[in-house]
Write a protein that binds this ligand. Structure first.
Ligand code: PLP
Length: 388
């Protein structure tokens, strides 16, 4: 019961004073462009509110922007997109996958739907992305895919991961939920690996309430992906009346609605501004925390890739005191993601993840969202500089 012990090692969050709505600087705050309100209103007054023309348009515009020559498939959540990717990658019960230990549970849980064996890889201590040397150590003939997460928005070491995957002739699946708009060696995240997934959950760069997108590079998988997204039915042929009336593979109800797509389309129009604002705030943290004692930003040093600035994460000493101190100054902070091996359903705590062990009591996420200004970041940095 090691994992249960781990759960109780840390004091629960509810010992911190609660921040009320509208008070201070919160960790997250969804951004909904004004145009989304009109877009959703138009949909609600139209014939299509489910998966209709706006979903198709959203996919087309998203592809144009992020997919290279790949195809975008809109789904109901990022988790749906990951499950769909895992199915399209041909993963079967009993297969092994190497997947990062430090991520949202959404990355791991779909493997449990499928009976796929999760092999957790450690973090790179400088970025909290997946550790390439550990992937090398873990890989074997049973490994059928490598999953990576661009933690906080900083791309993983894709050249190295793709090289390992190619050696074993297996796909890389990118969980790019944090990394919309990031680039790696001049390429967009979305056009690099066979599968790349994005999330439009409430607090991501773009939100559709809930929603997700899977980019597949192999065109031959698109028809299957569309079927799996809709019960296993060839929906376009069914609508044409030429459907052969059989279902031969298990599908799900994973489609996006036109209501969500209208929000997505409006957000895409503003995406350059959204990304630039987030990156500006991230830069302000870099400048503001330079030389501060007891705190070090994660993933802030890179040359060959750009950071999509979804999270600003730091390593701090005395994390609980740090959080309390910030909260006293009406600044919220949090851990956001937890090492996934703390969860009983994911097999409980592993003992081969020393880098994760080393940072687990020290990482902290600072506020970064569209309702903040550079002055807010400067204020946060000045509070941190006082010491805690
Ligand atoms: C948000 C997120 C997802 C997807 O979550 P949904 O809520 O299903 O859209 C997946 N992976 C990571 C790392 C995430 O942060």
């Amino acid at each position: 019961m090691k994992n249960v012990e781990a759960l109780h090692k840390e004091k629960p969050m509810n010992e911190l004073p609660v921040m009320n709505d509208g008070e201070g600087i919160v960790l997250f705050h969804p951004y909904v462009p004004k145009a989304a309100i009109q877009g959703v209103t138009d949909v609600l007054q139209s014939r299509w509110i489910g998966q209709g023309p706006r979903v198709a348009q959203f996919e087309k515009e998203f592809s144009h922007r992020f997919a290279g020559s790949g195809t975008s498939l809109a789904v109901g959540s990022g988790t749906d997109a990951l499950h769909l990717a895992y199915l399209l990658a041909g993963l079967q019960e009993g297969d092994e996958v190497i997947t990062p230990v430090f991520t949202c549970t959404a990355t791991s849980i779909p493997f449990l739907y499928m009976g796929v064996k999760i092999v957790f890889a450690d973090v790179d201590p400088n970025t909290l992305n997946i550790s390439v040397p550990h992937v090398r150590e873990l890989i074997n003939e049973k490994t059928k895919a490598i999953v990576c997460v661009h933690y906080g928005g900083l791309p993983c070491d894709m050249t190295e991961l793709l090289a390992i995957a190619n050696e074993y002739n297996i796909p890389v699946i990118e969980d790019a939920a944090h990394a919309l708009g990031a680039t790696y060696k001049g390429k967009k995240i979305g056009e690099i690996s066979p599968f790349t997934m994005f999330s439009f959950q409430a607090i991501k760069h773009i939100t559709t309430g809930d929603g997700g997108m899977l980019i597949v590079q192999n065109k031959e998988l698109v028809a299957q992906a569309e079927r799996i997204r809709w019960f296993g039915i060839d929906r376009s042929n069914k609508q044409k009346g030429t459907w052969e009336n059989d279902i031969w593979e298990v599908g799900y109800k994973y489609q996006m609605t036109d209501i969500s797509a209208a929000m997505g389309l409006a957000a895409l129009q503003e995406f350059d501004l959204i990304l630039a604002h987030r990156q500006k705030l991230f830069e302000a943290y870099k400048v503001g925390l330079k030389g501060s004692a007891g705190i070090k930003l994660i993933g802030a040093e890179y040359a060959d890739r750009t950071h999509a600035a979804w999270l600003c994460t730091a390593l701090v000493e005395k994390r609980m005191e740090f959080m309390k101190f910030l909260r006293d100054h009406k600044i919220e902070s949090g851990q956001v993601h937890y090492r996934n091996d703390r969860y009983s359903i994911l097999g409980g705590r592993r003992d081969d993840l020393p880098n994760m062990d080393a940072v687990e009591e020290n990482y902290i996420v600072l506020p970064l969202h569209m309702h903040m200004t550079v002055e807010d970041v400067e204020y946060i940095c000045s509070v941190i500089k006082k010491g805690w």
